[in-house]
Design a protein around this ligand. Structure first.
Ligand code: LLP
Length: 444
């Protein structure tokens, strides 16, 4: 993992803390976040986009996309690094506000925000609300009018560019639930402008996640800028938000471009598009989540069983089962995501063997790392570290098979502290209305 090393005894050290000590003190599975890595990736991302924006004569707002992983500590790390925060539900909004994020520096997303959520955002003074559909124009306008304010809003547009990992596709219409179609962007932008309680700041798009080919961002910016320019004929459009989605390395096969180069490439594409359309370069905005917090996380597991299974051709696959799985990391099962695993508790010179790191859930798709080479002496009791689990692992965690969620521990300068408490089996039982001792007569 980024920022980690092995000590003389061959044990993994993260944020100055020995993985064996972490496992002993907090148990496994354990989510570990290297605070320094998270903070420095946030700062570097902001600096990269600021430099890129300056190079084309504009400014930028970088939001941290809280859906990747949000907690009080993370909100503070991000805001201290100078980032704004993007939330997409009332729950995320509540966490950001409770952690002291400045309301004016929050962005609020979502394709189906409830009226209650919109009212809470308006009442809290959220900086911008991203309107995702025609219906939402009236909802947000009415909520702002009732509150007696003028709400800054963006309009999310489906640019027809869909990007994922190593490729991007550009189609006329993309069949998905987010945003309004590019064909209606101008008409709906003008509709927003016609509502006195709304302040239209610009268009938004987000083309996907874990993207390596930044040509998709350029294509999307180009498409959006045509609508942006048309809207600029009636009044200036101050901003353009191009979303998040920058890819990270999960395994050694992934080679993301440095963020500085991505930022510069996008800024140049925007500047070019603006020149072609005869409009000034707007203020830019981005919303990366994964690329900031993903590499800062590592999950520790304890190996429970090792089982060799014969494959065709005299090859063996060793199923290495750990004490977590799809409840703490659903990404492999959900998306076929790739991860890498290492023995964290010792060094081994043993020959590598093909292993599949599996979880403990009752489902054969419960896999953490599909294919990995680990020393063939990997054995029960070994600690395994799975890198780059900082984004969308805790956020997507669940209680499948009544497995409690692990805690999240932040490490920094040799000190570990719990930033999100784990659950216990009794926490889970306490939600069962028929097992709750507080409801006598029901448990029998
Ligand atoms: N902005 C918007 C509007 C988004 O929908 C997203 C992610 C982001 C920003 C941040 O994207 P990022 O920089 O983190 O790629 N659960 C999936 C990822 C879902 C992404 C959803 N939207 C996964 O684990 O791969």
């Amino acid at each position: 993992p980024e920022g980690a090393h092995r000590d003389d005894a061959g044990r993994l050290v993260v944020g100055g803390v020995d993985a064996v000590a972490l496992a002993r003190d907090f148990g496994t599975p354990l989510y570990v976040v290297d605070e320094q890595v998270a903070r420095s990736r946030a700062a570097r991302t902001l600096a990269a986009f600021e430099a890129a924006a300056a190079s084309v004569g504009t400014q930028v707002t970088v939001y941290y996309a809280g859906k990747a992983f949000l907690s009080g500590a993370v909100v503070r790390w991000m805001t201290e690094a100078g980032l704004s925060i993007d939330v997409c539900t009332g729950g995320e909004l509540a966490v950001a506000l409770a952690a002291g994020a400045e309301p004016a520096r929050l962005g609020f997303h979502g394709n189906n925000k409830s009226v209650g959520e919109i009212e809470r955002a308006v009442a809290a003074g959220v900086g911008t609300i991203v309107i995702d559909s025609e219906i939402e124009i009236e909802r947000v306008a009415d909520a702002a009018a009732r509150a007696g304010i003028r709400q800054r809003v963006r309009l999310r547009v489906n640019s027809g560019v869909h990007a994922s990992t190593h490729e991007f596709l550009a189609t006329a219409h993309e069949d998905q639930k987010f945003g309004v179609s590019l064909d209606h962007a101008v008409e709906l932008g003008e509709r927003i402008r016609s509502r006195p309680s709304l302040d239209f700041v610009g268009l938004h798009c987000h083309i996907g996640s874990q993207i390596f080919d930044s040509a998709g961002f350029a294509e999307s910016a180009e498409r959006l800028l045509a609508a942006h320019a048309e809207l600029s004929r009636t009044a200036p459009v101050p901003e353009l938000n191009l979303g998040g989605g920058f890819g990270i390395a999960y395994t050694s096969a992934d080679e993301p471009e440095p963020i500085e180069r991505i930022a510069l490439g996008i800024a140049q594409a925007v500047a070019e598009g603006c020149r072609a359309n005869g409009v000034p370069v707007p203020r830019l905005a981005f919303e990366p989540g994964r690329s900031i917090i993903g590499p800062a996380g590592v999950t520790l597991y304890t190996v429970g069983t090792v089982k060799p299974v014969p494959l065709d051709g005299g090859v063996w696959r060793h199923y290495v089962s750990v004490d977590g799985g799809m409840s703490d990391n659903a990404r492999t099962a959900l998306y076929g995501a790739d991860y890498s695993a290492r023995i964290a508790s010792r060094r081994s010179e043993a020959e590598p063997a093909l292993v599949r790191v599996a979880g403990k859930h009752c489902e054969s798709g419960d896999i953490v790392v599909d294919a990995e080479y680990l020393p063939h002496d990997v054995a029960p009791g070994d600690l395994l570290a799975v890198a780059a689990t900082g984004a969308y692992c805790w956020s997507l965690s669940n209680n499948y098979n009544h497995v409690p969620r692990p805690p999240v521990v932040a490490v920094r300068d040799g000190v570990a502290r719990v930033i999100v408490r784990g659950e216990t089996e009794s926490d889970l039982r306490a939600r069962d209305a028929d097992l709750d001792p507080a409801e006598p007569g029901r448990a029998g």
